[in-house]
Design a protein around this ligand. Structure first.
Ligand code: ASP
Ligand code: CP
Length: 342
């Protein structure tokens, strides 16, 4: 009898944060720490020499696509990519199943973003190689939640705190924001969490996510103002209004000005809070997002998240392809050219 290689708890694909427990989460984070010199380009690795990533993004993306692709390249692999429907034969009516089977024949692993919930699971069902969910509609964004939690743990540790017992405010579009859905479920692996939620009317968290978190013993408070939400918390996770997912712009009717800014934090006496956001931040006027007047505050972690995304995505590839840390060390050498970064 053959046993399926199951690097992410259930099966070889990474589709949902529900595939994680404390043990495989810790293993992934240790791998993410171990590849730090490669992520920071102090060392050069060729462990994925000859491997090909198929990168399929049918929705806009900056950091997820580029950090997955950079992660694969930094491990010595190669990348083939398609973006949007226009330049894929899906524009000619090709199905997800056919597309996935075809591209998986050219690749060793696929990373897929698609606007429909459940669609990346359909890619996985037809693929001959592991598939990683880079965001499926309003469903999940597991690699984002993993990098968010990896970052949060580091930020809290630096302050002598732990994720266990953490008080977190989650703000913004909790209905359509898939990063919130994934993060709340993944964080629930920890103990004694206290979530405070604020969203404009019409953009509330789906009841299923709240029930999931409460069933694991965590407190969830829903409040009616941002000021109330951010008072006394350790961390604030702000999100963008997902306008592209709404038939009519609910936020335009219900929310104006900034979602969160320095004045709100000052009034709440919490200028030191850890500030996170999955990004992109919508910097257009009246977009109802995180103001850039918080950017010099000590707790701003948004670019730590984006930097850490590289480590976490390298760890995801190594796990998906069953590559040991020993193999990484054997194929890594010091970089012969001068460092300019971080
Ligand atoms: N970039 C994240 C996502 O694709 C969050 C966002 O777009 O607001 O889900
Ligand atoms: N956080 C995130 O998924 O960003 P992109 O949409 O730019 O990939």
């Amino acid at each position: 009898m053959s046993h399926e290689f199951a690097p992410f708890g259930q099966g070889r694909h990474l589709l949902s944060v529900l595939q994680f427990d404390r043990e495989n989460l810790r293993a992934l984070f240790e791998l993410a720490d171990a590849v730090d010199p490669i992520a920071k380009r102090q060392a050069v690795c060729t462990v994925l020499d000859g491997a090909m990533l198929g990168s399929l993004f049918f929705e806009p993306s900056t950091r997820t696509r580029l950090s997955f692709e950079s992660a694969f390249l930094r491990l010595g692999g190669e990348v083939t990519t398609t973006t949007g429907f226009t330049f894929s034969s899906m524009a000619k009516g090709e199905s997800i199943a056919d597309t996935s089977r075809v591209v998986s024949g050219y690749s060793d692993v696929l990373v897929v973003r698609h606007p429909d919930e459940g669609s990346v699971g359909e890619f996985a069902a037809a693929s001959v190689v592991p598939v990683i969910n880079a965001g499926d509609g309003t469903g999940e964004h597991p690699s984002q939640a993993l990098l968010d939690l990896y970052t949060l743990e580091k930020e809290l540790t630096a302050r002598g705190k732990t994720v266990d017992g953490c008080r977190i405010a989650i703000l913004g579009d909790l209905k359509f924001g898939r990063t919130v859905h994934s993060l709340m479920k993944l964080m629930s692996l920890h103990d004694g969490l206290d979530f405070t939620l604020f969203s404009p009317p019409g953009l509330e968290l789906p009841p299923g996510v709240k029930e999931y978190v409460e069933a694991r013993g965590h407190a969830v408070h829903v409040v009616t103002s941002v000021a109330e939400a951010v008072r006394g918390v350790d961390v604030i996770y702000a999100t963008r209004v997902q306008r592209e997912r709404m038939a009519t712009d609910l936020a335009q009717a219900n929310a104006h000005g900034d979602l969160l800014n320095r004045a709100i934090l000052a009034d709440a006496g919490n200028l030191d809070a850890i500030i996170m956001h999955p990004l992109p931040r919508d910097s257009r006027p009246d977009s109802y997002d995180l103001s850039d007047d918080v950017d010099d505050l000590p707790g701003l972690a948004i670019f730590h998240q984006t930097d850490n995304g590289l480590n976490v995505r390298m760890a995801i590839f190594l796990t998906a392809l069953g590559v040991s840390l020993e193999a990484v060390h054997l194929t890594t050498k010091q970089r012969p050219w001068k460092a300019t970064l971080r």
